[in-house]
Structure formats: structure tokens, C-alpha cells
Design a protein around this ligand. Sequence first.
Ligand code: FE2
Length: 361
Amino acid sequence: MNNPARILVVDDERFHLNVIVGLLSDDYKVLIAKSGMRALEIAAADPTPDLILLDIFMPEMDGYEVCQRLKGDEKTRHIPVIYLTAKSDVEGETHGFSLGAVDYLSKPISPPIVKARVKNHLAYAQALWDLEQQNEQLECKIQERVLEISRTQDVAIHCLASLAETRDNETGNHIRRTQHYIKLLAEHLESHPRFCDLLDADIIKLMFKSAPLHDIGKVGVPDRILLKPGALNQEEWVEMKKHAAHAYDAICRAEQALGSSSFLHSAREIAYTHHEKWDGTGYPRGLKGDDIPLSGRLMSLADVYDALISKRVYKPAYSHEKARGIILEGRESYFDPDIVDAFISIEDQFIAVAKQFEDDG
Ligand SMILES: [Fe+2]
């Protein structure tokens, strides 16, 4: 400590005060109070004392009550309190400690014991304070690091998704809309008996974050197919369908090189399975029903709905009603029926997202 520590001595008897002041004033700044009320006033004033030596038997307000009040006040609760008492018994000591005091000293005092206890308790309080400060600083640093990692991840996702977009007719808004659709569906289904074990706030957050990478594999599809201004022939479709596997391979390679994470797992699952269909006629693996990971089933509806309401080189933008009808037709064939029902329940929110992230022109 740079400045001498401030010790508040509380005693109604002048003689005892003088003894302790004489003992401590060479090393500390000693404050005195002759009553409990005065002690509370001094303790609450700035700067607060670093330690309090508190007589127990005083008229009006005894030391126990003073201690209780000090410990009940946010501003003074951290100050170590040492009782001074002429007579003590186990019951009284138990009571005194239960109120938050750190030690007892007997009167008449023993100078070396008082000096040692004061010194030790001040050092302990200072160490506690330093530790708390260090913990706070550490917590701040951890928060900063977590934010930085999260931002880095966001930037990486954004860059990858943008790269895929620049080679595709689909827009950045498609990515934003679909990630919001998937979140809306998942949040609606979080309490559904079939899905409650598969969804929680963290999983939904992960899906929302990884959904933009669902078509990252299109980077591996040749331009002549990806940008073809018309319907694809059969051979071109075969190439186009490979985008799901391209994404899967790329993310697997990343996981092998860098280790996996819940984010990479989610991104891989969505990219690999968002073209599977409920009846098993989808691609790349022809998975059926619940064998299709939930994230893929959710992305499937989000992706198809968005393709339907968006203009493509081979089709105009359909109205919500038309898209809704097509999706309803796909209930139990293309899509998980419960996910279609969820979509119908929250269709107004889909319309709102589509409007919020509308394409230009
Ligand atoms: Fe796709």
C-alpha cells in the first residue's frame, strides 16, 4: 500500500482508544469513534477505512449491531472487522463471527498481538482485493478474446458465403433470408415433442450462424452450369447436384486439418443434407425421414421457399400464396410434415423476413 492503511478504532472508553492510537499511529492512519453511530458514519465516508477494531460492549449500539450494519452495507461490507472485548465466551464469539467479523482480540490488549493481527488481516484483505481485480481483468480479457474469435468466425463465414455468391445468380439477401427462416422454424419447433430434444438456444444459434454456408460447394460447380441462363440438361444437373458433396468434402478437410468444432459440424450437416427429401428421393444420399438431420430438413424448406419467391433466370418470382401452395403439396413427400405445419403457423413471419431482406429491383 502506498498510503498508510486507515484503521478505525471504536471504543466508548477514552483510555482504550488512547492505548491503541499510541500503538498503531506510527504505522497507520488511525481514526477514532466513541460510539457505534459515529463509527458507521466514519466507515461510510470516503475513503472508507481499511480495517476496523470494534469494541463490543458500548452503550446505545453495541459492537455486534455495528458489525451487522457494516456487513449489510455494500459500501462497507468488505472492511475486515476485529472485535475488542474484555470478556468473551464461546456463544458470544460464535455470534460475533456469524455477523461477519474476522477476528477477536482480548482486552487488556497485548501490543504485539494487536500489531500482528492488524498487519496480517490488512495483508489478507489486500490480497483478496488484488485477486478480485485480477479476476475482473481476466474476465474482461476472456470476453474480449471470445468476441474477437466470434468476429473472426463471422468474417470468415461472410467471406466464404460472399465468394460463393459472386459465382451464383443468388444474392446475399438469399443467405440472410434463409438463415432467418431456419431460425424462425427452429424456434417455433423448440417445444414440439418430436424436436424438443434436438433443439435448444445454442443449437439454434449454431444453425443460424452456419446456414449461410449451405451452398458453399457451388464454388466447385463450373460457371457454364452455374450461370447458364436456362434450364439445365441431365448431365449438367448431375454436376450441379455435386455442390452438396463439394461442401461436405471441403469442410471435412478443414476438420481433419484443424480439428472439428460444433460450428463446422453444423455447417457440414446443413450443406450436405439440405437437398435430401422426406420420401428419400433427394440427393446426394437419398436419405429418408428422420435419417435426414434436422438442420438439413429445416434448411430444405427455407431454401425451397426462398427459391420460389425469388426471380430466377428460368422462372419469375412467385407470390407467397403460390409458394405456400407448392410447399403444402410437398408435405410428407418433399418436406418433414411437422416442419411444413410450423411454416404454415408462422408464415406471417416468413413474409416479414422476405420483406426485410428484399432483393433490389
Ligand atoms: Fe443447395
